[in-house]
Design a binder for this molecule. Sequence first.
Ligand code: AMP
Length: 420
Amino acid sequence: MNFSSLGLAAPLLNAIAETGYTAPTAIQCAAIPPALSGADVLGQAQTGSGKTAAFALPLLNALLAARPAGGARKLHALVLAPTRELAAQVGEVLRGLASHLPTPVKVSVAFGGVSINPQMMALRGGTDIMVATPGRLLDLLEHNALKLDETAVLVLDEADKLLDMGFADELARILALLPARRQNLFFSATFPPAVQALADRLLRDPVRVAMPDSDEHAPDIAQRAIEVDEPRRTQLLRTLVKEEGWRQVLVFVATKYASEHVAEKLRRSGVAAEAFHGDFSQGARTSVLGDFRAGKLQVLVATDVAARGIDIVQLPVVVNYDLPRSPADYTHRIGRTGRAGASGLAVSFITSDAEQHFRLIEKRQHISVPRERVAGFEPTAPAKALPPGAHDGTGGIKGKRKSKKDKLREAAAAAAAGKD
Ligand code: AMP
């Protein structure tokens, strides 16, 4: 299939050619025609599938037709994204495509962690497309910087992450301000019950695209699981980076402390590495990401929250130094490699403590990854024994459900350890 058969207007075909896309990705083929026709779309799309352009192109197409040159700007589309990086990245894609159009389209981007004043100023005179994180959007609405009552299209990008990150209340408040009659484009990598319920509530007769188990749409990612003792992980990482000739690696760790510590150790052994976590100012994030994108950094050691939305074209390797807490995050993490048709490698370090958790991830994600050992790094610690009466970890641990107190204690410990 090619872009010209999807029903897009000629100026957009030109913009696509200028951007350098030669053929539409699977999600673009499936989502663009129904989105252009005004239908609601429910897309199961991994990061890297080309989902941003799948909704960006129909939004821009409608704007080409809707507004006579010089006409007043009223908000056409609201795109909600869970993190500032994703919001910035979606804004970049929209602006990049819009820059090749004959009609000027204004795309505004807003997220927290930076001063609200420039964002308010930028909204003077209205905007065509607003890309925002939910919290900052509500701040802007409170300041009367924009209105949502005529929004024609709502896009939820990475809806699962929006809910995971606790934005349910903010979402409800925003939805209440949108007109009831509107088009909804809903994208999520995973569909746990809360996400499905939200989709059921929001969408009217949606066209479903690239639903689960459509392997042909899955990016080509080789997955490896290497058993190693916990204290030797940094050394193993350094060895693999050097011996396997990994050009660039995104390493996931559980805490801000680990992010700093591992990056520091790698730097000391001569690897260009940098930490990346939630305490970074927006300026520092942009600068580190810029260095990584430009290839000045070989390794970025990041926490989940910070890494969400990082888009490095053809990132070759992702390493789970610490496993993600939720199985869904495993998919998000490895989706950072193997993007838009490129093949990638995802390596997970499996310590004795992490074995049970990795089995749960495998079960939930319907995968089975053979365990490997690297010569010189064979683990000495036996896999951790299960508590008496427990199952084998592949079906949850019966009788061991955490009490509320346990959870509070864990949350306090995590906060104290500086987790993101
Ligand atoms: P996304 O899933 O939207 O984060 O896109 C992942 C990457 O694929 C981005 O770097 C896009 O620039 C790129 N991309 C999107 N659509 C295409 C396409 N049709 N051809 C080639 N690259 C694309």
